[in-house]
Write a new protein. Sequence first.
Lengths: 202, 482
Amino acid sequence: MESFTIVSGTAAAIPLPNIDTDVIMPKQFLKGIDRSGLGEGAFHDLRFDAGGRERPDFILNRPGWRDAAFLVVGPNFGCGSSREHAVWGLKQRGVRALLGTSFAGIFFDNCARNGLLALTLDPATADALMEVAAGPEPARLTVDLTGCSIATADGRRWSFTIDAGRREALLHGRDHIATTLTRTGAIADFEAGHRMRTPWLP
Amino acid sequence: MPSPEPLFPHAPDRQGPRTLYDKLLDAHTVCSLDGEERLLYVDLHVMNEYTSPQAFTGLREAGRRPWRPSAQLAVVDHVNPTAPQRTEDVADESAAGQIRYLRRNCADFGIELIDLMDPRQGIEHVVVPDLGLAQPGMTILCGDSHTTTYGAFGALGYGIGTSEVEHVLATQTVVHRRLAPMRVILDGIAGDGVGAKDLIMAVIASLGADGAAGHAVEFAGAAIRALGMEGRMTVCNMAVECGARVALIAPDAITADYVRSRPRAPSGADWERATALWARFHSDEDAHFLREVRFDAAAVRPLVTWGTSPDQAVAVDGTVPDPGTEIDPTRRRAMVRALEYMGLAPGTPVRDIAIDHAFIGSCTNARIEDLRAVAGVAKGRRVAPGVRGMIVPGSGAVRRQAEAEGIDRVLIAAGFEWRQPGCSMCLAMNDDVLPDGARCASSTNRNFEGRQGRGARTHLMSPALVAASAIAGRLCDPRDLP
């Protein structure tokens, strides 16, 4: 998994609430058995109209925001389907962090497993960042996970808190399966007892 | 006096009254991890063809194997056609590729597969209860958000992404962060014409699309206890639409009656042991919930959604709301955008909204009770001219049961299509896709933009309301049909 330490880039505002994973990654991009081509799928139906023409008003189609590394998002971002394709697509587009007040549970976990930093911020910080990202000119941010801070190029600065375990895993790009497999003895012990208590289970 | 064998050997830290959710956690905790995280043992892992491929590839590339193949079950459901005649053919080559890869993975790793031509095939969350594999006290994970369905049995079920699918395959565990226990109590008795779908839609409309985020929600109260298992599954299934990561209903005699005699249910002496164990899976009387919300089920009316989020719902005898009356600017913007997408004007009576499609299907509402309700409305009536009415039973078992009861003949006589099982137009990953601008009365769970097809407009409601709307040609309460 890609690690996250200190990243700088442009921030784009997507302020609507309840942006679901169908919108982040439409169904026509879910038919593969690998992870290829999902950057093209990210926000596809917001980026292109039914005739395949770019919608010039969508933020990620506007000059200066096309390669945004950060999305400042509305509440409950990533709700709906569990499709991890949504996270893979955002990463393939170069999105490194999502800044908002709340994220849907499965999506939030999917972000953590892929090195995409989803930061749950207090409303005042999220509002301030939404204003920064809304323009009129593209603004650059630096997100520092080592020091737990977000800063603008002109020196404004906000701090954030993040769960210690999640932060460690992101900082070190940790493989969570390998971590769990250090505990195979405990799993096997538990399983033996559990299966004795419930022998009818598969 | 000897103390009885502890049911929860790994819970020395939690004394006193506990919630059902905490009992399920404690009964499956392999070990504690940092902070609020723990390693949970997974009793059953269910997979489908579209969220598992990259997990199997990851497993192969790392040179790993499934920890316990017998505790894995794979079902083809998301991409298969649902044409009335089932064949091996899947015209969409990428969909066929996903099915082929699932077959290969199941064959290579010794995992049971319910394949396209299997008479038991259907939507995973319908097939697992059909088989009797959803039982109280279990942990059941699946790469699908509607895995909350199993909470109807008093099992801990929730959806996971593909990375976690790979983790469960490799370790038979999941890293679980304890959620906040919450109780939603539905007091009273639901009125005539109000079903499980209306109850959960009322809860979602009240709490909001993220109203239960971060919570494990236990549903309780007289209106919940009065529901059969199909209705309870509808409630728990759709709880994810208000952000609940876990939904639960305490098991009772209705639960045991449903599981009994199914192919994979415990039998003989195991049945006695199992039911004794299940009886312990309920919240203790003084268990502490961080949040508690009460609803009066008698006050709930049949609901339909008007927007593009499942919480944007009004009574079928109401009107489309006016964003001008919404104080919160973020919600107001979302309402304006939803109305624009849905092609609706504020103040429009819901019953004036004309439809051209009606869809009965999905893991929310395609079980036998749902089809009985649809047949009850459709009997002796006809689908309106210009409306396409599709019935996609949740599974082969549901389809056969309906045919044994003559439900198929009632529905076909009324002008509905009687189709083969699958997820179908709930998410339109297969060839059941609505055209741009189509408007559909749907018994499904999500009305997101583009969910049933790019530019298509979805109105969520109960199966009975979908049937009535198909017949009226506009959104309709069955009680208003002539």
